[in-house]
Design a protein around this ligand. Structure first.
Ligand SMILES: Nc1ncnc2c1ncn2[C@@H]1O[C@H](COP(=O)(O)OP(=O)(O)O)[C@@H](O)[C@H]1O
Ligand SMILES: [Mg+2]
Length: 225
């Protein structure tokens, strides 16, 4: 089933001097794992932001779950309920514990305190940080913080997981662990996982790879298993 569709999406900056996305047409299946590759400045992050309703096109349509986002009044509400973001810069709140950071997205979920704790712990355990749940972020390594950010991004069972260079700043081993967690959660919840990466080996893990250059899709293929 189709989850996200982009139709003739155009996005420009600097009064049209920069075309970040040039007439993008794209359909993404629900539950799939897609990687986006391309050189620096090719439009990867802009594309990811479109797919996550963080940004809107100058022209063209972004349709998620059959809903044309241009008809939505409150995109922030839509994002909060539908999307999990995992950014390279994992802006955790320094004076909150790991557990409290992970519970942030559950703030207005309507869950009881007990349920929130239980839900957060489930994900903290999934990323292997149960023993660090009471620590503040500054006591953690970069890889551990990244895993906290991932737990936080996944804690409200988003149907779409977007990750911009999730392994970019990490050593190979930690990067592999992060990918395992993302894929594990993607499979168990049936979420759609879309990652931007520079790393062709990471890109190959996805079912499908989309390559962009100068704001255009120049390659779109399914990876062999
Ligand atoms: N907020 C912005 N203001 C002006 N130009 C931008 C902005 N965001 C991105 N761009 C430009 O759009 C192009 C695509 O950027 P981006 O999507 O960040 O590429 P990538 O993630 O592939 O490195 C680049 O030329 C970049 O400089
Ligand atoms: Mg980028």
């Amino acid at each position: 089933m189709e989850l996200i569709r982009l139709q003739n999406v155009l996005k420009q900056y600097d009064k049209g001097a920069v075309t970040a996305l040039n007439n993008i047409n794209l359909s993404i299946e629900q539950g799939s794992f897609v990687s986006i590759i391309g050189p620096s400045g090719s439009g990867k992050s802009t594309l990811l932001n479109m797919l996550g309703a963080l940004d809107s096109p100058d022209s063209g349509q972004v349709i998620i779950n059959g809903v044309d986002l241009s008809t939505q009044k409150d995109l922030s509400d839509f994002r909060r309920h539908e999307i999990g973001f995992v950014f390279q810069l994992h802006n955790l709140i320094p004076n909150l514990s790991v557990q409290d950071n992970v519970e942030i997205p559950l703030m207005d979920s309507g869950l009881s305190e007990k349920e929130k704790h239980r839900r957060a712990l489930l994900f903290i355990e999934a990323v292997g940080l149960l023993d660090k749940r009471k620590q503040k972020p500054n006591k953690l390594s970069g890889g551990e913080r990244q895993r906290v950010a991932i737990a936080r991004a996944l804690v409200n069972f988003p149907s779409i997981i977007l990750a911009d260079e999730p392994t970019g700043a990490l050593d190979t081993k930690t990067g592999a662990k992060i990918l395992d967690v993302l894929r594990f959660v993607q499979r168990s919840v049936g979420a759609t996982l879309i990652i931007v990466t520079h790393d062709i080996d990471v890109a190959r893990l996805a079912q499908r790879t989309i390559e962009i250059r100068d704001g255009r899709i120049i390659n779109d293929y399914y990876n062999r298993r």
